[in-house]
Write a protein that binds this ligand. Sequence first.
Ligand SMILES: Nc1ncnc2c1ncn2[C@@H]1O[C@H](COP(=O)(O)OP(=O)(O)O)[C@@H](O)[C@H]1O
Ligand SMILES: Nc1ccn([C@H]2C[C@H](O)[C@@H](COP(=O)(O)OP(=O)(O)O)O2)c(=O)n1
Length: 249
Amino acid sequence: MSDTVETAARTAPAAVIVGIDGPSGTGKSSTSKAVAAKLGLRYLDTGAQYRAITWWMLSNGIDVEDAAAVAAAAGKPEIVSGTDPSAPTITVDGADAAGPIRTQEVTSAVSAVSAVPEVRTRLTELQRSIAAAAPQGIVVEGRDIGTTVLPDADLKIFLTASPEARAARRNGELKGKNAQDPADLAATRAALVKRDAADSGRKTSPLAKAADAVEVDTTDLTLEQVVECVVTLVESRRSAAEGTEKRSA
Ligand SMILES: Nc1ncnc2c1ncn2[C@@H]1O[C@H](COP(=O)(O)OP(=O)(O)O)[C@@H](O)[C@H]1O
Ligand SMILES: Nc1ccn([C@H]2C[C@H](O)[C@@H](COP(=O)(O)OP(=O)(O)O)O2)c(=O)n1
């Protein structure tokens, strides 16, 4: 090895893999994007991929409650995720899917589609290959990243927040001015709790906290505080790893 290569190997930070899991509205997407941007990492929204495959099923007349039909079609759509945290993208068979995957129709169907093992196997493989191809590292967010997709991640975070806080956040996003209407909030809260139960109760890689994940309750934290907390954890893992390398050199 030349001197230049040896120096580069010593000074470049090693690729860091961060997994961020948790229920809907806990701040996974906002936190993951901001942490990735601050640390120069790539960013992957695995929920967007489950939404994309769900959108394809609905667009192609597949009955999403028919697990055998969903399984048979699971390999058909080509899903491509762009991992720049400042402009993440998602396409299905070459078409931009960023808008259509956020409709109520897709949100209502996504838990059924994502419970099908063939769908999970396919997307888990895709997610692992995207993470392996990120030279500086990546922040991957979802429901089963720490438990199933990337069990060897350098840092695992499990975000939580009260259902009331999550419903208020979601309403703020979807409905603008009427965000705090009590009836609306109650309906949003009920929909969130129902989706959590479906995602936590499925047999194949349910929503769950990995045993070695750091749990962060975001109910009373600002987004900036959550981002700061995760960045600090990544940096301390990095310096601990560098210290171990130096001691063993
Ligand atoms: N700590 C926080 N405090 C207040 N609002 C937040 C916080 N974290 C995220 N949000 C807002 O809540 C909404 C949902 O956040 P998002 O990151 O999409 O959550 P998730 O990916 O877990 O569903 C967004 O509008 C986001 O700006
Ligand atoms: N790793 C993942 C990510 C998402 N899913 C499923 C379960 C979720 O209800 C849907 C949608 O995920 P998404 O992260 O977009 O959901 P929210 O932004 O929290 O509303 O996808 C999953 O099963 N496994």
